[in-house]
Write a protein that binds this ligand. Structure first.
Ligand code: NAP
Length: 280
């Protein structure tokens, strides 16, 4: 059995399905990505989004600012909200500390909120109403589905409670009747909790923090971490040490990332449909 979850292969399948939808849309879809500051992980995410958009015939605009005042950034977003040629807006997180992240996210029209981070979309997810779901969380649910993981009644431990990954996953996994344990940097006895996991999801941003001593035999490990050190990418999990003990694992490169990118396109299509059904 192949234990390594091949995110690139999964991406190809989803991409084919989504390409048909893109080709069936009479207008050109357009994604605008905003990045402030130099974050090496964000640079990688942006590059892969550019490539995917090019391959799929989607227009892409990249607005990168080394420095921008919060009010100016919000004005930029408001312009994009009102630009009919723009289908979706994605702000790469984290933003630098001098910018109020919440204010920036809330400035994105929920009709253009590709990453599903506005209160409107978070509220819809929380209340079980269809909306835009954060791409990384969506990709993890799809990975678990593709390996035929029946989540009902099993223990899923999530390490990291960010709004992009951990928080939306809690709700998505509860909806599938999993028993969910959420951990963060203040969690006591982390190993004791992660050892209960049938599925362990790690999104903390610390190079190879989790190793084989954190899991029970046969656990499924989803490593979300992207840590760029000296131009090399490391996960939050120590892949080499864990592969023997787990039943499935995502590799640090070609794991969760490729599917997350394809979910951006999925959400862009959803936004197009929303804009055209609701606004016209
Ligand atoms: P984030 O916003 O920085 O949140 C990190 C979370 O991890 C926080 O909840 C933090 O706890 C927790 N944490 C940090 N150190 C911990 C520790 N030693 N033990 C337990 N919990 C710990 O991170 P994020 O945006 O979710 O990103 C996490 C990682 O995933 C990063 O490497 C990022 O680049 C990567 N990522 C990858 C993708 C992809 O598609 N592959 C997408 C998004 C993010 P507190 O809440 O207590 O601070």
């Amino acid at each position: 059995m192949n234990k390594i979850i091949d995110g690139k292969l999964l991406q190809q399948d989803f991409k084919k399905e989504l390409q048909k939808k893109v080709d069936g849309i009479k207008d050109k879809l357009k994604l605008v990505v905003i990045q402030v500051d130099n974050n090496l992980s964000s640079d990688i995410y942006v590059k892969t989004k550019v490539k995917l958009c090019q391959e799929m015939g989607i227009l892409f605009e990249y607005k990168k600012f080394d420095y921008i005042l919060e009010d100016e950034l919000i004005l930029e977003i408001e312009k994009l909200n009102n630009d009919l040629s723009v289908t979706g807006i994605l702000v790469e997180l984290p933003l630098p500390e001098y910018i109020n992240q919440n204010r920036v996210i809330e400035a994105i029209s929920f009709y253009k909120d590709v990453d599903g981070l506005t209160s409107y979309n978070v509220g819809r997810l929380s209340n079980g109403i269809d909306g835009i779901i954060p791409c990384t969380a969506l990709s993890i649910i799809n990975i678990l589905d593709k390996i035929n993981m029946n989540l009902s009644g099993i223990n899923v431990v999530i390490v990291g409670k960010s709004r992009l990954v951990g928080m939306p996953l809690i709700k998505l996994l509860l909806d599938k009747s999993a028993t969910v344990i959420s951990c963060n940097s203040k969690t006591k006895n982390l190993k004791k909790l992660t050892s209960l996991a049938d599925v362990l999801i790690v999104a903390i941003g610390e190079k190879e923090f989790i190793d084989d001593t954190y899991i029970k035999k046969g656990a499924v490990v989803i490593d979300v971490g992207v840590n760029v050190i000296n131009n090399k990418i490391y996960g939050d999990c120590n892949f080499e040490k864990m592969i023997e003990k787990c039943s499935y694992i995502t590799p640090p490169v070609g794991g969760v990332g490729p599917l997350t990118n394809v979910m951006v396109i999925n959400n862009l299509i959803c936004l197009y449909n929303l804009q055209n059904n609701d606004l016209k």
